[in-house]
Design a binder for this molecule. Structure first.
Ligand code: BGC
Ligand code: IFM
Length: 816
């Protein structure tokens, strides 16, 4: 069952009924001012940091799930009937029709009731720290309509953590000012009034409210605000309690008439040395923000701001366009998957329907992987991000697992010791270098742990990343896992000395001898990438060393990491094997099958093929590939958190979508296009649109997890949007299945297609030039590309050398 459809021309997902199985959200903002917005107007906004600079209030895990938002109410002043055009928060007031269009960084919700149509466009203009709500109200009746319009938001410009845990404080700190119809929410003393939020309206006001209880009325909710019910605001001024912003506008519309009313919600800083408001001053810098407000309340500015936003996305997405025989592939690659990759760049794991904006900062491993999906769109920002991440690395090569974006300091609850972390930096940097050819990045001085004076060239950070693993090998010559590897929940050094005693969680967790075959595979991959980088730098000795290190590690995998039909997962604290036929549960895990093959282990000797057959036999389901089998049926102290999930969920045999593209890539590496593409389609959200009642999350973005075959809700997705799933699926389809893959020396054309595809076309920018690529399969051919012509001239192998910036190159590749 579908709840909407894709409008491919407009690049919008059109939701046709408001009661989707879960709130289906979208993001506003492209740079520093952001918000989430659901299909029923729910969500909140923030400037840079969803915890420390949150403008509006949102309560997670609410009932219903999604209340609190950017709500508008329409009131028929002749009858007293009122409703919200976004359906929430007045779901009892039935709409005659409804449509929500989620587009790229904007959302438009339109509906009608009783002959009055209202459409709200929400977006945050480029380069501003504000958002616009453009409301258009149309009278479709054949008589004049006397209407009222009420806006509403709930302010929250203080620490969102406090808002949930120490709200007694905020009951006394909230203050507002209303000047010339603009509602200013001032900030608390702790912030020294160095910033504020404002909420403005383009029309003369009939009234306003800024105190929640005055607007809603005592013991009432957002579904029936007293001010809306009686058709009059009370001009309330909040002193503490719950400051809100609500404007009341009266409109008289002739039959057929449409009126536009614009609302602005914005954030402004009061620089401390401001000439109008000296430091510590209690007055707001309204003087500075007033011209911005006036400009953005004008319809022509709004029109242009919206057009500019659309042009911005045209430019970003224009750099990689595919035309394949599969519509779901085209739509995800050309629009939605690319969009999700940029959202993960902006949000990391901060704010979504599942991430509170409070708990998690920037993940070291997460951000390096996100980069793989957006480096081609915003290479300069990827460069900044790499330097930002690398500067949090420790001199040992180790890394904070997570760090706060504003302070750049590690998140101490989590600490370090996830031993896969450092290697992701090499993979992220390699991707950037392959895309851009910008070797100068390697010379940039980067500190350790942001300590001034500790700067070394970025290249040295990469060397230390590799050394970090080499200095931490276990009894089988495999890398020590530390607190966990990619799989956060595989806590193999969590143990209890005394049977029956609770297991020790963290303190000694990284000190044990448990080893990871996954990190071993990742090491082989990273060492080869670093060897490639050393070659470019003509550091021949190092190149040889890294290649030898990769080979040695591959040897340890062959000796201790192969289980007969698949790669093992790990050795635990006691030296017992995990992910082996010897185990009763957790016999085969997906991650080492993917990562060892990505590292090139087992290709020549057929082990890779054997491992992939085991994945197909034991892990694949119609909804994707589960993480391991059999699922753990009870808690096991020696394995840690993985066994704390019920079977089929999350890391305990859920379809952890992040890992599936590794298998797609592995299948492509061994040349199996049918299987690679089949796995790709099982996860592709657009291809799953038809089963939205099962999948339940948004059909336009990937989710972190789909319940596995052991779960009663097999096929149900959770945790959409902020997941490494976005980047890896993008890489799998574009670089390995379609095979258009940036490499250190040029653009590789190495497609591995499903047997029934005659070919496809790609337009791609690469290092400033444009490549018009056509891939054609010769009749009956099943293997790899046999011939590549660049502007009609054959090139050796499948590597297209980088062309001069500004030029357009025609590439024809034949699968022979
Ligand atoms: C995983 C969770 C896990 C948590 C704590 C997250 O990254 O997705 O499944 O519970 O880490 O380790
Ligand atoms: O690898 C992790 C990631 O860093 C955060 N989400 C869960 C993944 C698997 O545990």
């Amino acid at each position: 069952m579908r709840y909407g459809h894709f409008d491919d021309d407009q690049r919008e997902y059109v939701i046709g009924q408001p009661d989707t199985p879960l709130p289906w959200i979208n993001y506003l903002g492209t740079d520093a001012y952001f918000g989430i917005v659901s299909n029923t107007g729910g969500g909140y906004s923030f400037y840079r940091d969803a915890r420390l600079r949150r403008l509006t209030r949102y309560r997670y895990n609410n009932a219903p799930l999604d209340v609190g938002g950017r709500y508008v109410y329409v009131r028929d002043d002749a009858t007293g009937d009122y409703w919200s055009p976004s359906w929430q928060p007045t779901p009892e007031r039935e709409l005659d029709d409804y449509e929500c269009r989620h587009g790229l960084s904007y959302t438009r919700i339109a509906s009608a009731r009783g002959g009055i149509r209202a459409e709200t466009l929400y977006f945050a203009p480029l380069g501003e720290t504000l958002e616009v709500w453009r409301v258009r109200v149309t009278n479709d009746r054949d008589s004049a309509a006397e209407l009222s319009l009420f806006s509403s938001i709930e302010f929250c410009l203080w620490d969102a953590q406090d808002d949930a845990t120490n709200y007694q404080r905020n009951f006394s700190t909230g203050q507002v000012e209303v000047v010339d119809g603009v509602i200013y929410h001032k900030t608390e003393y702790r912030e020294r009034r160095d910033h504020f939020a404002y909420f403005a309206c383009s029309e003369p006001l009939a009234g306003f409210d800024t105190q929640r209880e005055a607007f809603l009325g005592a013991y009432r909710g957002w579904d029936r605000p007293a001010a809306v019910e009686r058709g009059a605001a009370s001009d309330s001024i909040a002193h503490g309690w719950q400051p809100i912003g609500s404007h009341h506008v009266r409109l008289t519309l002739a039959p057929g008439e449409t009126r536009e009313v614009n609302f602005l919600l914005g954030y402004a800083e009061n620089p401390r040395d401001d000439k109008f408001d000296p430091p510590g001053s209690q007055t707001l810098n309204k003087t500075r923000v007033r011209p911005v407000i006036e400009r953005w309340l004008r319809p022509e500015t709004v029109e242009k701001g919206y057009a500019d936003l659309r042009a911005y996305w045209d430019a970003l997405l224009g750099g990689l366009r595919v035309r394949t025989p599969d519509q779901d592939t085209d739509r995800m690659v050309n629009v939605w998957n690319a969009y999700q990759c940029l959202v993960t760049f902006n949000m990391s794991r901060s704010a979504s329907g599942y991430e509170s904006g409070i708990g998690r900062g920037m993940g070291f491993r997460d951000s390096n992987q996100d980069l793989l999906g957006f480096v081609h769109m915003v290479p300069e920002r990827a460069r900044e991000r790499i330097l930002d991440i690398a500067a949090t690395q420790k001199p040992t090569g180790g890394a904070y697992h997570q760090y706060q974006p504003l302070t750049k300091r590690g998140n101490n609850d989590i600490g370090e010791g996830f031993n896969d972390d450092p290697l992701w930096l090499i993979l992220g940097v390699a991707a950037y270098l392959k895309e851009t050819g910008d070797l100068a990045l390697l010379d940039v001085p980067v500190p350790f742990d942001n300590e001034p004076g500790s700067e070394v060239p970025l290249y040295e950070h990469l060397r230390r990343s590799l050394r970090y693993t080499l200095e931490r090998l276990g009894p089988h010559g495999l890398p020590l896992i530390g607190r966990a590897d990619w799989n956060d929940c595989l806590n193999l050094n969590c143990f209890s000395d005394t049977p029956g005693e609770p297991f020790q969680t963290t303190e000694n967790a990284s000190g044990g001898v448990a080893e990871s075959v996954f990190i071993a595979g990742q090491f082989v991959l990273a060492a080869k990438e670093l060897a490639g980088i050393a070659r470019l730098l003509e550091r021949d000795g190092e190149e040889v060393f890294y290649r030898a290190a990769a080979e040695k590690m591959a040897g340890s995998i062959a000796e201790h990491g192969w289980d007969g039909a698949w790669f093992r997962r790990a050795y635990d604290f006691y030296g017992n094997v995990i992910g082996s036929g010897e185990n009763d549960e957790g016999q085969i895990f997906i991650e080492p099958q993917g990562m060892c093959i990505l590292g090139g282990v087992g290709i020549e000797d057929g082990l890779a093929q054997r491992a992939l057959d085991s994945v197909a036999e034991r892990l694949a389901t119609p909804h994707g590939i589960v993480l391991q089998q059999p699922a753990y049926s009870s808690y096991r102290i020696e394995l840690g958190e993985i066994s704390s999930y019920p079977p089929g969920y999350k890391e305990n045999a859920g379809i952890f979508c992040h890992t599936n593209p590794w298998i797609m890539i592995a299948e492509a590496i061994v040349g199996n296009g049918d299987r690679a593409f089949d796995y790709y389609r099982r996860l592709n959200p657009s291809a799953r649109e038809e089963i939205s009642e099962v999948h339940r999350c948004e059909p336009y973005v990937y989710a972190q997890m789909i319940a596995g075959k052991d779960a009663p809700t097999h096929g149900e997705a959770k945790n959409s949007w902020l997941s490494g799933t976005a980047a890896w699926n993008f890489v799998a389809i574009t670089q390995w299945i379609l095979g258009v893959r940036p490499d250190f020396d040029g653009l590789r054309i190495d497609p591995v297609l499903p047997a029934d595809w005659p070919g496809f076309e790609v337009t791609r920018s690469f290092r400033g030039a444009t490549y018009e690529i056509t891939v054609r399969r010769a009749e009956g051919a099943t293997s790899r590309v046999t011939e590549v012509l660049v502007d009609g001239v054959p090139v050796p192998g499948n590597l297209v050398p980088a062309a001069a910036p500004g030029t357009t190159v025609r590439v024809e590749a034949v699968i022979g």
